[in-house]
Design a binder for this molecule. Structure first.
Ligand SMILES: NC(=O)C1=CN([C@@H]2O[C@H](COP(=O)(O)OP(=O)(O)OC[C@H]3O[C@@H](n4cnc5c(N)ncnc54)[C@H](OP(=O)(O)O)[C@@H]3O)[C@@H](O)[C@H]2O)C=CC1
Ligand SMILES: O=C(O)CCC(=O)C(=O)O
Length: 481
């Protein structure tokens, strides 16, 4: 009999009425595991447990929170190879990327362990004699976390860790496609010593479990990462809810990577290949628009094409694979749809874009590079979320900057240049939340703020000590002594 990974509610593993298989996108014959499909009732039980656990956890000794998060961090790091392999099997990232992401989750846990000790307030003089003012931060309450499939352990970690460190209790609903890594993380945190009900996981569909979370009056705040479409729904529900919920959204990107005539060509090609195609292009920070000035355009396209020819697309677990499969049939369909749209719009499919067959059945796609793209084309405006990049030829730096900023998104932006003047100007004038000079647009540090502008993000930043803006609420107390 197959073991079913159960939901974890109020300190117990709880059987759900249904379960579904977690399929390996590198080999669709392989079932990674059977995972519970939670119901609205499961979500309600989890919220009730988190609500009951909140008074004690929010007042708990920060040393306890530090100890739990550090213990969990140590276990994640000690098991990074195994957790990385699980991630790689359920999502399709290469094993090296999977292990890297598991390591990052461990580092995030230790960063927020220390944050539990660092939470501080302010004492301010009043304008009234004899009055003192204290400004403190308190936990928000029951926090609901809705996470996507593309970072199965890092995104749950960077939401869970600050939520717990600052004294909130949590219900997490991971993406139905990749529940395994989030389940393992929750299991580790609970065994590290969290009291019952502080951290609950309810796996299942967004339309069932996620929707119930949006509608539940006892969920005080929701942090979401995923598509713009679902993000809008989360925000609308949060505002309509009584009482209203705090909301934090991380959504799409159409991130520009500018290559100037004076760029070091090797650096430019490496940043573009990494930013656009690694992790199968399934990153909200992916460089999907490569904006290249006239003088270096042909040389850059030729060198990038050579680099792409050397990339091995294969089973994520195989040694030597650079790019794993697309996550599932539906995402592969979306990638292919946009490759068709690009052709129909008159762009040139310069290289790749073919479905590939490998030893086992999987969702393999040759990275696709379009040239002759203009910024009004749909492939330059809409998020594809796959290994598909568009090269846009521009006259000079000024035009490159204008094209880079001409987008409804604003998550990440990059530039390859040896000019201090242009690098500095780009950092100051890019309309993105994160700017990279001679570095890929994707792949960020874990201890500094993460987030964007315009249609990419809504609400306070994630990660680093800035995460406290979302996971705490400010109180101003006046005392006449
Ligand atoms: N910014 C980013 O990092 C990401 C962007 N995307 C973009 O989104 C596209 C579609 O991917 P997809 O996974 O469908 O993205 P979604 O936005 O639908 O999914 C993100 C999360 O939201 C959940 N969800 C879905 N519907 C609801 C709802 N009504 N109420 C509450 N939660 C809900 C999902 O559940 P379920 O498990 O059922 O899917 C998942 O956990 C991608 O092609 C890509 O363009 C996707 C992932 C990450
Ligand atoms: O690029 C990164 O390191 C993070 C990307 C990310 O968070 C995402 O794609 O959702």
């Amino acid at each position: 009999m197959t073991t079913v990974f159960r939901n974890f509610i109020a300190g117990e593993f709880v059987a759900a009425e249904k379960a579904s298989p977690n399929i390996n996108p590198s080999n669709t014959k392989e079932v990674v595991g059977e995972y519970a499909q939670g119901s609205k009732a499961d979500l309600e039980a989890a919220v009730a447990a988190a609500k009951a656990a909140f008074p004690a956890w929010s007042r708990s000794n920060p040393q306890l929170r530090y100890d739990v998060l550090m213990k969990a961090s140590n276990e994640v790091i000690a098991r990074k190879d195994e957790l990385g392999a699980l991630l790689s099997r359920e999502e399709g990232k290469t094993l090296a990327e999977g292990i890297g992401e598991a390591t990052r989750a461990g580092q995030i846990l230790s960063f927020f362990a220390a944050e539990a000790l660092r939470l501080n307030g302010e004492l301010v003089n009043s304008i009234r004699p004899g009055v003192g003012i204290e400004i403190t931060r308190e936990a928000v309450g029951v926090v609901g976390l809705i996470t996507p499939w593309n970072f199965p352990i890092a995104i749950p970690a960077w939401k869970l860790a600050p939520a717990l460190a600052y004294g909130n209790t949590v219900v997490i609903k991971p993406a139905d496609l990749v529940p395994g890594s989030a389940w393992a993380l929750v299991d580790i945190l609970n065994r590290a010593g969290l009291p019952k009900g502080v951290l609950n996981i309810v796996m299942g569909r967004g339309s069932v479990v996620g929707q119930a979370m949006l509608e539940h009056p006892d969920v005080a705040a929701i942090s979401f990462t995923g598509s713009v479409q679902t993000g809008r729904r989360v925000a609308a529900a949060a505002v309509a809810s009584i009482p209203m919920k705090k909301v934090q959204l991380e959504m799409g990107g159409k991130n520009p990577f500018v290559v100037l005539d004076d760029a070091d060509i090797a650096t430019a090609v490496e940043c573009a290949a990494n930013g656009a195609f690694f992790s199968t292009g399934q990153r909200c920070t992916a460089s999907s628009r490569l904006i290249v000035t006239d003088g270096i355009h042909d040389k850059f396209v030729a060198a990038l094409t050579e680099r792409l020819k050397g990339l091995v697309v294969d089973d994520a677990m195989k040694a030597g694979t650079h790019i794993g499969p697309v996550v599932d049939e539906s995402q592969l369909g979306q990638d292919e749809k946009y490759i068709g749209i690009g052709r129909d719009e008159g762009a040139t499919l310069h290289w790749g874009g073919e479905r590939l067959n490998r030893e086992n059945p999987g969702f393999y796609l040759q990275p696709a590079l379009f040239t002759g793209v203009t910024n009004s084309m749909r492939i330059a405006r809409e998020e594809i979320f796959g290994p598909v990049a568009a090269v846009l030829r521009v006259k000079d730096y000024e035009e490159a900057l204008a094209v880079a900023n001409d987008t409804e998104f604003g998550l990440s932006a990059g530039i390859a240049t040896t000019s201090l003047k242009h690098a500095t100007h780009f950092k100051r004038n890019s309309e993105a939340g994160m700017v990279m000079v001679n570095l890929p647009t994707a792949g960020v540090d874990y201890h500094v703020p993460f987030g964007g502008r315009k249609g990419s993000s809504y609400g306070p930043r994630e990660q680093g000590s800035y995460a406290r803006e979302f996971y705490t609420t400010v109180k101003t107390a006046y005392t006449l002594a």
